[in-house]
Design a protein around this ligand. Structure first.
Ligand code: PDD
Length: 275
């Protein structure tokens, strides 16, 4: 079953218009929630970010957060989802194609569930990444449907035989195509500050909090591609990929070529949070 506005219906009956501005302009926002054991993980962080994306794109949320949360919980129940994700998007609505915000259109909310196991193999063994120019706009903190640069970047990695990209602006590393990026150097955890150049990941926040609890020093300061090549450890964080080690960058081994000690410590602490 899908959620459309505040009604539940089979996918085939979701009445999304060909004039939906999400389709024409990518004029919409979204969230991907993790579900463990039938329960949404870190819902408050996702709702806070959704409210910020809505405010800054001037898209009105079609319902209150508590009503939306009730609907997403009902969606999980109707689909009998135990382990997976909820994808939810809200577009500015449907109207004849014209750039200005339409006067009449109502925001369109659509959500569905998808079963998804934890990516245990990549969590354990790590992945390979390549670096690439970050050609996105300057509001990467908003979770909008405009993901063409992210899609192009991810495909570029796959075409090159790698698993992921590490994006940089003139040498300063920002994040990955759909995840945040961190390195460890001499026991210190480094990641890009949460400003307009990266998405403020919920998993990023959880991992930084765990690092502080474990007395691992954290530096939220920009660092370079060169720093990555000289790092002892590297990993990415996201709702779907949790804490995934990056063991090779641009063909060069990071650290020992196996997931690093601090990465594993953070993975173990993260796993403890999973219900
Ligand atoms: N991606 N950076 C980008 C560009 C992202 O798209 C995402 C999430 C993240 C990590 O954020 P979080 O920890 O809140 O999942 C960072 C989602 C999963 C996606 O688009 O599928």
């Amino acid at each position: 079953m899908y959620l459309f506005q505040n009604q539940f219906m089979p996918k085939e009956q979701v009445p999304i218009s060909p004039e939906d501005r999400g389709y024409y302009f990518g004029d919409g926002i979204y969230e991907v929630f993790r579900v463990y054991n039938g329960v949404i993980f870190e819902p408050d962080g996702h709702y806070r970010r959704l409210e910020k994306s809505a405010k800054d794109t001037r898209i009105a949320l079609p319902s209150s957060i508590s009503e939306l949360n009730g609907n997403l919980e009902e969606l999980i129940r109707l689909n009998e989802l135990t382990e997976g994700i909820v994808y939810m998007q809200i577009t500015r609505g449907a109207a004849p194609r014209s750039h200005p915000f339409p006067k009449q259109a109502e925001p369109v909310l659509m959500a569905y569930c998808s079963p998804m196991a934890r990516p245990l193999s990549t969590i354990e063994h790590g992945i390979r990444a390549i670096t690439m120019d970050d050609i996105r706009w300057l509001r990467c903190d908003l979770k909008t449907l405009n993901l063409l640069p992210n899609v192009m970047a991810k495909q570029h990695a796959l075409d090159q035989g790698a698993d992921e990209v590490i994006l940089h602006r003139s040498g300063t590393v920002t994040e990955c195509s759909a995840s945040n990026f961190m390195i460890v150097k001499e026991g210190v955890l480094h990641t890009h500050p949460a400003n307009h150049l990266i998405l403020h990941g919920i998993t990023r926040d959880v991992v930084l909090k765990l690092a502080r609890e474990l007395s691992i020093p954290v530096q939220e300061q920009p660092f370079t591609v060169e720093n990555v090549q000289q790092a002892d450890e590297a990993f990415l964080t996201s709702t779907t990929q949790e804490v995934t080690p990056i063991i090779q960058v641009d063909g060069q081994t990071i650290g020992t070529g196996a997931p690093g000690a601090i990465t594993v410590k953070l993975q173990q602490a993260f796993a403890q949070l999973i219900p």
